[in-house]
Design a protein around this ligand. Structure first.
Ligand code: HEM
Length: 280
């Protein structure tokens, strides 16, 4: 039985129930397209209550053009706040100002100057200056080593027709992906494409994971919450805590079981290759 997600998530803090959220074929495309419809800013980019035209800026954005291009027509306030720590982006942004917008933002996040997030950013800034921002050389080496090992094992499996080596190659590939995922969270870079060795798309995952899940975690705008619905519902609901699972029906039980394996590999794999978030 499917419980109406409107009743089980924190959607009341957003103005809209996300358009296309219940599309039968959920994807990065449906998510960002739905957000474009909800944010309704035409061909511009919204930051707080101002619209900007970043068309020409995309190619010179230090973080890479994909971040800007893929978010055209949306409100990027959260992304803008979360991905920058220096004051330079704010100064630069003024150059691309087009006009003010009076419709309320479809987001509960306010980023008040004396609020949690801005205070946190101010406190983190000097620490980052001291410890550096990575990725460290060890991380780069590990990531390249994993990708290379995967390619060599695949070649060896093909030449020897060995299933054992093929399975090993698969395991190394999953570790390569886990590591590469850290790289698509950063500025455009070569190593993020190692993720695509798995035939999944780093471009799409940036949207469904980097933008949707990381920016709007456990909310109705979190793609990773919605993607397994209606079989399974995750997130705050019926008085349960964040991230708890409400299993419903056969499909839900199977998905919960599979998730267990995925997360064990994910977390343990991450530890094995040494990708701890504090190193980023
Ligand atoms: C979709 C929204 C955006 C995302 C997701 C994004 C993401 C990023 C990322 C990942 C980096 C690299 C950070 C690093 O390596 O430390 C970066 C750097 C930077 N971005 Fe953006 N960005 C966005 C919008 C903008 C806008 C609108 C501006 C200004 C007009 C801007 C200006 C900069 C600048 C100047 C840097 C260099 C680092 C710094 O001074 O903080 N970005 N951005």
């Amino acid at each position: 039985m499917h419980t109406d997600p409107q009743k089980t998530h924190t959607e009341k803090r957003f103005l809209h129930y996300p358009t296309l959220r219940d599309h039968p074929l959920k994807s990065a495309h449906t998510w960002i397209q739905g957000k474009r419809i909800d944010d309704d800013v035409g061909d511009y980019w919204r930051v707080y209550n101002k619209l900007y035209d970043l068309t020409h800026f995309a190619d010179i954005h230090p973080g890479g053009k994909d971040w800007i291009r893929s978010t055209r027509g949306t409100d990027i306030t959260e992304l803008f706040e979360c991905y920058h720590i220096s004051d330079t982006p704010q100064t630069l942004l003024k150059r691309y100002y087009v006009k003010d917008i009076t419709t309320p933002r479809n987001s509960p996040y306010t980023f008040n100057n004396d609020g949690f997030y801005k205070t946190f950013k101010r406190k983190v800034k000097p620490i980052l200056k001291e410890i550096g921002r990575g990725p460290t050389h060890t991380m780069l080496l590990l990531q390249d080593g994993l990708a290379l090992t995967y390619v060599l094992l695949t070649l060896a499996a093909t030449l020897t027709e060995s299933y054992t080596i093929a399975v090993l190659a698969g395991l190394v590939l999953s570790l390569t992906m886990i590591g590469a995922h850290n790289f698509f969270h950063q500025r455009d870079n070569l190593r993020m494409y190692y993720f695509d060795l798995s035939l999944l798309s780093s471009y799409d995952w940036r949207i469904t994971h980097g933008i949707s899940h990381h920016i709007y975690p456990n909310t109705i705008y979190d793609f990773e919450v919605s993607v397994l619905e209606p079989g399974r519902q995750e997130g705050p609901g019926s008085g349960r805590g964040m991230g708890e699972v409400q299993a419903r029906g056969f499909f839900a039980r199977v998905s919960v079981g599979v998730d267990g394996v995925v997360y064990v590999v994910y977390i343990d794999g991450g530890e094995v290759v040494g990708y701890n978030t504090h190193e980023l």
